[in-house]
Design a protein around this ligand. Structure first.
Ligand code: FAD
Length: 501
């Protein structure tokens, strides 16, 4: 029996599995998707559809995603994809690796997530290939970080924003970066998207037992203690015994695994016929994301723009430049989505406008007793976020109309007053959030241990107590790293106590 079972080999799960393995624990990692071990054993050699940082392998026929329908703003169903492969969403995402500002952590428990601890946490996870010599940056962490502004539109957008009075920032990951426009720090090295699997797991591959296409249905709990997990893989049903389970199945699936294990709101569990193990009303509620709308524009040479495969790909990542402007982030996508994602119909390139101070009004609710079925995901948009988006759309129009952009923009094709509703940025967090034990909606304590179940922890984006005001990926990695350190230390203390008995 392994010392630790990690459920989900995504951004957080790879960090946690590696952390426990380095500490000497025997670790089994159960991942629902394929585990493409070739990626781990041969890093840096072959460029694949997963590692080419210019592409997003999330199209309709992708083998690497879990498509889950999300109702946005009570009105519109969109298919939200999450990574379903070793590396999880980090293996398929846009590679934007911007840290949440330290002020965001004022809403995290202070005892273990002070600004100093978090800043040091960000430093330790990275090797910044451009700015490693600056204070606050790392030179020996597992995740490489680099920046590029090579797409013509990215360069023009940056110049337009500074001409319009926004600050030009040379380091969006500086502790005091604040608002402004700058090159996006990315988890990219040599044009290669470096997933959490490659950065964290590959170096300890021999120390972790990785099982692919193993979907965990529930955590088994007896008398308030974890005894293992059960699920199904290509051979059928399985159970694995363990007295320590780390959940890292992503914000949507971690919530459903918890609820199918009997941990969640009593009424919801009753509704799907699951016996209540621990009544935690916060599971699956208060879920947040960044609502995003797209402002499309037509490049001057339309015909050229629509010949994707023959046009030289003059971009290195989908998002090379962003503008932080109060409650909104303007994302200057390097090219149109049909050039980034296979199977997407041709369309105009866009500036994404995302509301970053988003109110977490969303929910994840299982619809049946079937633990493998997709849940219902709702993502209502608060009025304040809608107002921020309206202002952000106006800002995008203004920038797209500036002379600095004339070479790349002929005219804007999204009307200034085009109706929302927006989509969601796939930055879902907070379905099992962290908080004090007297907070009725908290699910885990400040060390990420689930209240009421000994041996169970949640280390992925589910446990975020608030929506970060930047894309979540860098914060997910930092938080999983910090959480794992605390859980390892606690496991060591428990073992010492047992030995002393
Ligand atoms: C297409 C896309 C683009 C994005 N772009 C960016 C970006 O550029 N910058 C940014 O900051 N953020 C981005 N994000 C968000 C960011 O990638 C995620 O917030 C982050 O990766 C989440 O990490 P996680 O560990 O919580 O979950 P994930 O990385 O999604 O990992 C969950 C893992 O658990 C596995 N799993 C699920 N259910 C089970 C089960 N029952 N049993 C076993 N395994 C299971 C999944 O297959 C997956 O591997 C993007 C997300 C997506 C989907």
């Amino acid at each position: 029996m392994p010392d630790v079972v990690v459920v989900g080999g995504g951004s957080a799960g790879c960090v946690a599995a590696a952390g426990f393995a380095r500490a000497g624990a025997s670790v089994m990692l159960l991942e629902a998707g394929s585990t493409t071990m070739a990626l781990l054993s041969d890093p840096g050699l072959s460029m694949t559809e997963l590692t080419d940082a210019r592409r997003l392998p999330i199209g309709p026929s992708s083998r690497y995603v879990d498509p889950i329908t999300t109702r946005v703003d009570g009105a519109r169903d969109v298919v939200g994809t999450r990574g379903r492969v070793l590396g999880g969403s980090s293996a398929v995402n846009g590679a934007y690796f911007v840290r949440a500002p330290l002020a965001d952590f004022a809403r995290w428990p202070r005892d273990r997530w002070s600004a100093d601890v978090v800043a040091e946490g960000f430093r330790r996870i990275e090797t910044d290939l451009d700015l490693g010599d600056r204070p606050g940056h790392g030179t020996d962490g597992p995740m490489p970080v680099s920046r590029a502004v090579v797409a013509p539109v990215a360069d023009a957008f940056r110049r337009a924003a500074t001409a319009a009075g926004h600050r030009d920032l040379d380091d969006l990951n500086a502790a005091d970066a604040g608002d402004g426009v700058g090159a996006v720090p990315s988890n990219v090295a040599g044009g290669r998207r470096v997933s959490a699997a490659e950065a964290f797991l590959a170096p300890v591959a021999g120390l972790v037992e990785v099982r692919g296409e193993a979907v965990v249905a529930r955590v088994d709990v007896v008398a308030g203690r974890v005894v293992g997990v059960s699920g199904r893989d290509v051979h059928g049903a399985f159970t694995v015994g363990a007295d320590r389970v780390i959940l890292a199945a992503g914000t949507v699936r971690t919530a459903t695994v918890l609820m199918h294990s009997g941990i969640g709101p009593r009424e919801t569990l009753r509704g799907i016929g699951v016996d209540v193990v621990v009544d935690r009303p916060g599971v699956g509620v208060g879920v947040g994301d960044h609502p995003e709308v797209a402002v499309a524009y037509r490049p001057p040479e339309v015909a050229e723009a629509y010949r994707p495969r023959r046009v030289a790909q003059t971009w290195r990542t989908p998002l090379e430049v962003v503008l932080e402007a109060g409650p909104v982030e303007l994302r200057c996508y390097s090219t149109s989505f049909d050039r980034l994602i296979d199977g997407v119909p041709p369309g105009d390139p866009v500036i994404g406008v995302a509301a970053m101070v988003a109110e977490p009004l969303g929910s994840v609710v299982p619809l049946s007793a079937d633990p493998f079925a997709a849940p219902r995901v709702d993502h209502p948009v608060a009025d304040a976020d809608r107002r921020a988006l309206v202002d952000g759309v106006a800002l995008a129009h203004d920038l797209l109309g500036r002379p600095e952009m004339a070479e790349v923009v002929d005219h804007v094709t999204t009307a200034l007053d085009a109706p929302l509703p927006p989509g969601a940025a796939l930055h879902t967090v907070g379905s099992a959030r962290m908080g004090a034990d007297d907070d009725p909606l908290a699910v885990v304590d400040s060390s990420c241990r689930v209240f009421g179940v000994s041996g169970l922890a949640v280390v992925d984006a589910s446990m975020f107590p608030a929506v970060p005001t930047r894309g979540p990926h860098a914060t997910v990695i930092m938080a999983a790293h910090r959480a794992t350190e605390m859980l390892v230390a606690e496991a060591d203390r428990s073992a010492a106590v047992r030995r002393g008995r």
